[in-house]
Design a protein around this ligand. Structure first.
Ligand SMILES: Nc1ncnc2c1ncn2[C@@H]1O[C@H](COP(=O)(O)OP(=O)(O)OP(=O)(O)O)[C@@H](O)[C@H]1O
Ligand SMILES: [Mg+2]
Length: 600
């Protein structure tokens, strides 16, 4: 056996295997370098999803001729002046990115030093400082092609740096083979720029793909504005500001209301000390915080920024620096769950209060001429004459009576019911529509929660115990949870191999479909039991029970019942969304109504 030191180009190629997986990872390194250089504007341009060309231009500090050469050498960095990586304040610190990229692509670095280059200076002035009388030195350029120097010389450019990466992996077929379509590589690049742009609202970013501008944000935005600009403008009205501290750690950012949810988790942006991360611990904590406010296949939209002292977190655990390790993972989970729950609790009954714009758009005048709505016959004064036997679907009681208290209730006063499913209420500032089943289900769940927190749910014994037949594994699952179910007011026992005997049900569910409830519980436990913690399981069971114990769509309600429901919603936390994250009510403001009628 003979041991040898590997040549530098091979070492770089090996490092590239970890750092540069696809165009987006190279792009991430270049944009991070631009941020570290104190840029105020960063312009990214891509061709063929970044496979053909990635170009990142910044107006940061720039590099001198000798620094450019050094930057392309392995383990050369300007970012660890104190030899301690615990205090790293920059995004980069490994001194590996540029040599790694240059070992698997053709890299051109053009740079020109900004005079008086103090890190903060470029950020403050936003332009080349000539007031000191110093002229910016000339620019220089250096080209490295797959690890070999391929020329250098003077370059003309404003102060700052432009790095161009071409033909990524052209000489590494094994890697190239794993690249996906240009479209999906572009998608990954866009995501990288978005995340970094979200971390730094003080910096302006632009992104062009194949000459087309696809992203542009101005420097100097505040955080919520930047997050909304990069995700969804409607987030502004449908989110909560987060500001929460626990020990030395702080949680900030914006969290979407549960009703503003998405089918994929891609819209969750997480940052630790300004560094975008994809961390399972953090993602799990977000899930836990929203857990009973959202259906399992729905995800909130949010951007969370965790800031904590450098010694509390190790950023050097992943070559691409997208994962971190916390000294106190439990504390961080508590910070996120606590911060989000706190904000969501405060939001109370609020949901996505305005109907979505697309739904509002559907609320358009119907064409008047239709077979069921005849035009007045000659001699008839009005169409109403021909519509005598008119039986409305909706009911409204006492609609003419004045309702003096309307203004004192956020959800207003019930005016009627539509399709035996929706309550129509009048509030001081608009028209409120409530989904009675969704709302009631939520109220029952919150009642059960409260009862459990106060020592258990009251039981109502059945006059005759009911036998529910299920298959054997389903009975086993229920049997394994007998004690927990009992605490929630459901008293059951095993009754032979394929049956369960139900002796009592939670009193607040009222008399209902016992068999359906037990069967649903068995199904839910089968699907999720092993994956859930005790608390999550209890919530799951409570939610299933609540669904069974609530007012169904299709049940007629009296005005008094409707008002009672509205009043309870107003004082119940989380009543703005049902247990699956859909809104339980929407409000159409007077302004919206006026718009519909062209009065505004
Ligand atoms: N856009 C830029 N403007 C100014 N200096 C730059 C720029 N890009 C790179 N540099 C200089 O080149 C050095 C090497 O960059 P490189 O990305 O390889 O390593 P790093 O950023 O120090 O660490 P990491 O490997 O963690 O990214 C940097 O430390 C910095 O001094
Ligand atoms: Mg770097």
């Amino acid at each position: 056996m003979s041991i040898r030191r590997l040549p530098e180009h091979l070492v770089n190629r090996i490092a590239a295997g970890e750092v540069v997986e696809r165009p987006a990872s190279a792009l991430k390194e270049l944009v991070e370098n631009a941020i570290d250089a104190g840029a105020t504007r960063i312009a990214v341009s891509l061709a063929q999803g970044g496979i053909g060309r990635i170009e990142v231009a910044d107006d940061g500090a720039g590099m001198a001729q000798s620094e450019i050469a050094l930057a392309l050498e392995r383990h050369a960095t300007s970012k660890l002046p104190t030899d301690s990586i615990d205090e790293v304040a920059t995004l980069g610190f490994r001194g590996e990115a540029l040599p790694s990229i240059a070992s698997v692509a053709r890299v051109t670095i053009e740079s020109r030093v900004r005079p008086l280059r103090l890190a903060g200076q470029a950020r403050r002035s936003g332009q080349a400082s000539t007031s000191s009388g110093q002229a910016a030195p000339d620019g220089w350029s250096r080209v490295v092609d797959n690890g070999r120097l391929d020329g250098e010389g003077p370059a003309a450019l404003p102060p700052g740096t432009r790095v161009t990466v071409e033909h990524l992996f052209a000489r590494v077929p094994a890697r190239r083979k794993f690249l996906r379509s240009e479209r999906s590589e572009y998608g990954a690049c866009l995501d990288v720029v978005k995340r970094l742009a979200m971390a730094r609202p003080d910096i302006g970013f632009t992104l062009e793909h194949e000459g087309r501008r696809t992203l542009s944000v101005q420097p100097g935005q505040d955080r919520p504005a930047r997050v909304a600009a990069l995700t969804d403008r409607e987030l502004v009205e449908n989110s909560l500001a987060i500001d929460y501290a626990r020990g030395s750690a702080r949680l900030g950012g914006v969290a979407g209301l549960p009703t503003f949810n998405r089918g994929v988790a891609d819209h969750q942006y997480l940052f630790v000390n300004g560094r975008p991360v994809k961390d399972r611990l953090l993602i799990g904590a977000v899930r836990a915080a929203y857990q009973d406010l959202l259906a399992r296949d729905r995800h909130p939209v949010l951007a969370l920024f965790i800031d904590l002292p450098g010694e509390e977190v190790d950023v050097n655990v992943h070559p691409a620096k997208t994962e971190v390790r916390f000294r106190d993972p439990g504390g961080i989970r508590g910070l996120i769950v606590g911060g989000l729950r706190h904000a969501l609790d405060e939001a109370g009954h609020r949901s996505a209060q305005r109907p979505s714009m697309s739904a509002l758009g559907n609320w358009q005048p119907e064409p008047m001429r239709s077979p069921s709505f005849p035009m007045p016959a000659p001699g008839q004064s009005s169409v109403w004459d021909s519509l005598q036997p008119y039986s409305p679907q909706a009911r409204a009681e006492a609609a003419i009576e004045a309702v003096p208290q309307a203004q004192s209730f956020p959800l207003g006063v019930a005016r009627g019911q539509v399709a035996a499913t929706y309550i129509v209420a009048e509030a001081e500032d608009g028209l409120v529509l409530v989904d009675q089943h969704a709302a009631h289900e939520r109220l029952v769940l919150e009642r059960m929660r409260r009862a459990m927190a106060n020592g258990g749910v009251a039981r109502q014994a059945l006059l005759l115990p009911e036998v529910v037949e299920l298959d054997e594994p389903a009975c086993d699952r229920i049997e394994a949870r007998i004690a927990e179910l009992q605490e929630m007011g459901l008293e059951v026992e095993r009754f032979g191999p394929r049956a369960i005997l139900v002796r009592a049900t939670p009193a607040l569910l009222g008399a209902g479909d016992v068999k359906g409830l037990v069967a649903d519980l068995a199904d839910e436990l089968a699907a999720f039991d092993s994956a859930l913690s005790l608390k999550e399981r209890i919530d799951l069971v409570a939610a299933t029970m609540a669904c069974h114990g609530s007012v169904r769509a299709g049940r007629l309600l009296s005005v008094a019942e409707m008002n009672a429901l509205l009043r309870e919603m107003e004082v119940t936390p989380h009543s703005g969304q049902c247990n699956h994250g859909r809104p339980t009510w929407v409000k159409m403001s007077h302004a919206d109504i006026e718009k519909l009628f062209g009065r505004k």
